[in-house]
Write a protein that binds this ligand. Sequence first.
Ligand SMILES: NC(=O)c1ccc[n+]([C@@H]2O[C@H](COP(=O)([O-])OP(=O)(O)OC[C@H]3O[C@@H](n4cnc5c(N)ncnc54)[C@H](O)[C@@H]3O)[C@@H](O)[C@H]2O)c1
Length: 378
Amino acid sequence: MGMVGGGEGSMIGPVHRMAARLDGLSELVTAAFSSDPAITALTGAREGIDSSRLYPTWQEMISNESRQPEGIRPHFISIVTPNHLHYGPAKMALEAGFHVICDKPLCMSVAEAIDLYDTVERTGMMFCTTYNYSGYPMVKLAREMVLGGSLGDVRKVAVEYFQGWLASPVEKSGNRQASWRSDPARAGIAGAMADIGTHAFNLAEYVSGLEVVTLSADLHSVVPGRVLDDDGSVILHFSNGAGGTLLASQIATGEENNLSLRIYGEKGGLSWRQMEPNTLTAMWPDRPPEVFRTGTTFTDSGLAGRMHSRLPAGHPEGFIEAFASIYRNFALDIIARQEERHADIKADYPGIHDGVRGMKFLEAAVASGLSNSARKTV
Ligand SMILES: NC(=O)c1ccc[n+]([C@@H]2O[C@H](COP(=O)([O-])OP(=O)(O)OC[C@H]3O[C@@H](n4cnc5c(N)ncnc54)[C@H](O)[C@@H]3O)[C@@H](O)[C@H]2O)c1
């Protein structure tokens, strides 16, 4: 694999590297880690990458690496730069014949997202958008239970992502992650909705198996001086008529990464929290709640447990492992394709469609927020 972004001091790049390595399927062989060549050299040395394959720009990396012979040439490029630097490298990498893993939100607009979608279709390359929460075993189990009919028809979906790290203007005191996230030129049209709302949106659509068709949003920039939203509430309307709520806030003082999902059907409900990711609680009208845990006999019998839980029950597994399952599933598909085992390609990771959905959600939420919460199509 190659990597764009993820230099020393960055947040998610090192997580991608750990996730890629966990199953021994991917090796990082080339990178443009930063716009600063000294940072790229430093990170590359720490990662043990041959200095001849470290590049000052992602353009040079993609261009030079696409000319490497098979066996040396990377199979995919991982993009972990701020949002404004997703579209360019993703498009160039696809056109140069690389598969792509790109972090969310996919890009800066629906128009760019559709162009990337078309590029994936045209080039036939594989694409993964790292909506990594869908890699958790209990999220997989929740989806299996919903799609298998355990809850009956879905009626209500409530998803929340609360963080507190932007409760004060840390972007003004050198916090680099906050600095680009609060700048529309680098973050895009939204703040909290782009950063964590898109994760919540993906989780809601993934577990419910439904698409959101319309929404109404109320967005706020709570901390003085901030241009983009740092707090928002969205009412969701799903394709089957179910209703839902999506709350995303980065000014929820004291919160860490409190992502939660509750989903209710006519026969029962499910509740999951990412800060206790190995537990899924099912609620029934006529009997006590059921608590499902990773690594146990019941969950091991299903695809979710067998494929996505990695440890015996009670040993904590979490964020890195879930992220790694996304990388593993993507790498297994690449290998299956190389070996022409097309029936083994599962596409069990969030793809380009999920990336486009995230951008449609964002544009609808921002348009609604700017027009007194008018209902908008997603
Ligand atoms: N999936 C998740 O859970 C998750 C979590 C955090 C961030 N993200 C996403 O990941 C992306 C990066 O976020 P972050 O918090 O790691 O940001 P960051 O600021 O910590 O890191 C960004 C990296 O990109 C590099 N970069 C900037 N311009 C570059 C260029 N021209 N060429 C090469 N590298 C360049 C920077 O040097 C830095 O190393 C964002 O899109 C963000 O939304 C996803």
